[in-house]
Design a protein around this ligand. Structure first.
Ligand SMILES: NC(=O)c1ccc[n+]([C@@H]2O[C@H](COP(=O)([O-])OP(=O)(O)OC[C@H]3O[C@@H](n4cnc5c(N)ncnc54)[C@H](OP(=O)(O)O)[C@@H]3O)[C@@H](O)[C@H]2O)c1
Length: 294
């Protein structure tokens, strides 16, 4: 996506409100306590989802979120059961525990891998720089651990479970020179060479590459093989808490761009829900403005 098409999207395209009916369906949303994840949960409730599980770092914040969700929807939609399990993507054991709890649900129709971070501080979590751990390795560890429950939820002639990864259009800003190294992750984990102002972009590019690989490994859904649909999307630049800790020139540039171009999280979240509603044509594909746009 060129800079011009990004600006065009931000200023002139408003993704439509999805009108899909999610009656009877269960969803898992990581990072659902705020920002885009929160708005996606609200929209899914409006579209008749039956059950939503939030993956949250703090159960206290999660409980507040659940009551905010309930009161903001009122009685306008079909009743939706809301629940939460603890999830810290900086810890693989937490990811494993979370996946185990989700496995007990028996049925999951859609997983929104939305939790993510941007930071200029270099530190390791589970042996990798923390942005890579949260946005990439732990997110995909979770994706893989949730495949059994998603497979279990494939119904004969029914709807296919979705695994939707919230990426970003900013992935285009990374050329990933570490790709050419014999060990890309070791190169990215070298604190003396890490360009932290670009690290988020690297993580978002890796998400797309890994999402495509996962989709490929699961097989072609059109061929009647595996029926889990994996897709990736960008919500576009949205006003959320994501960039609040950025400092220096990068922080100032991002804040100015956000002020001039950003969508509301309510509008951005429509693209997350659009990915959950998208069919087999989105398998392994990247979505922008709520539709497949490679
Ligand atoms: N906003 C944008 O302009 C934009 C553009 C493109 C893509 N995105 C993507 O959209 C997704 C949601 O971002 P947002 O804008 O809604 O930002 P946000 O308001 O900062 O929300 C991020 C969510 O991720 C959770 N999270 C962060 N680190 C975590 C960890 N270690 N373990 C578990 N959860 C963690 C946060 O939980 P806490 O509340 O506990 O911190 C929060 O719920 C991200 O993947 C982001 O990259 C955003």
């Amino acid at each position: 996506m060129s800079l011009l098409s990004f600006i065009h999207s931000q200023l002139f395209v408003e993704p439509p409100i999805p009108d899909h009916d999610f009656t009877g369906q269960t969803f898992v949303i990581t990072g659902g306590n705020t920002g885009l994840g929160f708005e996606a949960a609200r929209l899914l409730m409006r579209l008749n989802a039956s059950r939503i599980i939030l993956g949250v770092r703090s159960l206290e914040k999660g409980a507040e979120t659940i009551s905010r969700l309930k009161s903001s929807i009122g009685h306008t939609s079909a009743p939706c059961s809301l629940d939460m399990f603890e999830l810290d993507l900086e810890s693989y054991s937490s990811v494993q525990m979370f996946a185990k709890s989700v496995g007990t649900l028996g049925r999951v129709d859609g997983v929104l891998l939305n939790a993510g971070k941007v930071t200029q501080k270099f530190y390791l979590a589970e042996g990798n720089e923390s942005t890579l751990t949260v946005n990439v390795t732990a997110t995909f560890l979770l994706a893989i651990l949730l495949l059994p429950v998603l497979r279990q939820s494939v119904t004969e002639g029914g709807s296919s479970p979705r695994l939707s990864i919230v990426s970003s259009d900013r992935h285009v800003e990374s050329k990933l020179p570490e790709w050419k190294k014999s060990n890309t992750f070791a190169a990215l984990n070298d604190s003396s060479r890490a360009v932290m102002d670009k690290r988020y972009h690297v993580s978002k590019l890796l998400q797309i590459l890994m999402g495509r690989t996962l989709a490929q490994k699961l097989g072609d859904v059109q061929q009647g093989g595996n029926q889990i649909i994996v897709n990736m999307m960008t919500p576009g630049m949205c006003k959320s808490g994501l960039i609040k800790n950025l400092r220096g020139l990068f922080g100032a540039q991002t804040a100015v761009m956000s002020r001039l171009l950003a969508r509301s999280t309510e509008v951005g979240a429509r693209t997350l829900v659009a990915a959950l509603a998208q069919g087999a044509e989105s398998h392994g594909k990247y979505m922008n403005d709520g539709r497949v746009q490679e």
